[in-house]
Ligand binder design. Structure first.
Ligand code: KG4
Ligand code: ZN
Length: 360
């Protein structure tokens, strides 16, 4: 009872603070995969700092993220990154009104580092703790880039672990229209990159190689899902690419730069076409006039340009954050965390990492 009273009092205090323009200053933490990140935001959309330590170099030799290495690296870096975020913002922990943290989905050991750190801050400073869904964070990166953007809008979230077409119905509520049946788009990029010898991380490398290739050199299958035309599947195109590579190898044909470029460009064309088709269909069927992109794959310039042209051609507005806000970062968790916070969401000190956390 006393706890509820205290929370009500705190909520009134925050509301009063917002009214006088003080703003909610929030520390946010993101450690769901291979980026150790912390940020300080005011009212979600104003970013005072956005510190990121990317572990890519640690995982490159293994050709992908090694969960145990990721968790250890988060433990080693989290203190420094949070301190950097506070220093860059010119703030201390005493200035924080709340702390937000990604608690899923992601790698359990990686998530736990951020969750434990955030809980320690919340306890030590006696400030509210907010658990944030990683995908909601990706979507909310758009609020940082576009101060005028308001829900509802259609959003394509394409990352290493997820490919979702969602309706952002409010700042905190989402309806899933389509999702991948197998690999995520980023995962497919990573696998294709490995198959043609480009290494990890695949997305940027495939994109670069594709610039010199012919997008129609190979015609890979465009997946269609009978039960839900908005769902995605990237396993068919992945198998088709692998079969093409194997048949070339069996014929003794060398995998040279031209071949790499043509495979990369043809695969990318497949991704662009399947995404464009679903987005245009959804804009029309759901009568949406705004479309946003989010997630690591949204940093792909070819995909951005193709979707921008298609969406604007259909009379809708196009939004896509800068590449640094597309890939994993904590500012986006601050944006999503702020809206959860003003919506009254609070986590207890028993908050746990939920690796398979669902959006609904
Ligand atoms: O959102 P993100 O940083 O982490 C996850 O939540 O998964 O996304 C990482 C994924 C990786 O699979 C990476 O290959 C892909 O995003 N990615 C790209 C590009 N940059 C990163 N995919 C295509 N083109 C890019 N330029
Ligand atoms: Zn992500």
């Amino acid at each position: 009872m006393a706890k509820i009273k205290k929370e009500k009092k705190l909520n009134r205090l925050y509301k009063a603070k917002e009214k006088v323009g003080g703003g909610i200053t929030m520390l946010s933490i993101e450690t769901s995969c291979d980026e150790t990140a912390a940020a300080v935001t005011v009212n979600g959309r104003q970013v005072l700092s956005n510190a990121i330590y990317s572990q890519i170099d640690l995982h490159t030799i293994y050709g992908g993220v090694v969960p145990e290495i990721a968790s250890r690296a988060h433990i080693e870096k989290i203190n420094q990154i949070v301190q950097k975020a506070l220093d860059d913002a010119g703030k201390t922990l005493d200035d924080m009104d709340a702390v937000a943290v990604t608690y899923g989905p992601g790698l359990v050991g990686a998530l736990l580092v951020g969750v434990a750190f955030a809980k320690a801050v919340a306890f030590a400073k006696n400030i509210p703790l907010v658990g944030v869904h990683h995908i909601k964070g990706h979507v909310c990166a758009n609020y940082i880039e576009y101060p005028e953007l308001e829900p509802p809008f259609l959003c394509l979230v394409a990352s290493g672990g997820h490919t979702h077409l969602v309706k952002a119905v409010s700042y905190t509520d989402y309806e899933i229209i389509g999702r991948t049946r197998d690999d995520a788009a980023g995962e497919a990029y990573d696998k294709i990159a490995r198959a043609i010898g480009l290494g990890y991380p695949g997305g940027p490398k495939v994109e670069k190689a594709a610039h010199n290739g012919d997008p129609h050199a190979f015609e890979f299958p465009r997946a269609k899902i009978a039960e839900n035309p908005y769902d995605f599947s990237f396993s068919g195109v992945k198998s088709a690419v692998l079969n093409t590579i194997n048949s070339y190898k069996m014929k003794g044909i060398e995998i040279d730069e031209k071949f790499q470029a043509d495979i990369a460009a043809s695969f990318q064309q497949d991704v662009v076409d399947t995404m464009k088709e679903r987005v245009l269909m959804a804009l029309d069927e759901f009568g949406m006039d705004k479309f946003a992109m989010a997630g690591g794959v949204a940093s792909n310039q070819t995909l951005r340009a193709a979707l921008k042209e298609a969406v604007e051609g259909a009379g809708a507005s196009f939004y896509c954050p800068s590449p640094i806000l597309c890939t994993d970062n904590a500012a986006m968790i601050g944006a999503a965390g702020y809206y959860e916070f003003i919506n009254g969401k609070r986590a207890g000190l028993d908050l746990n990492a939920v690796p398979g956390l669902k959006l609904e």
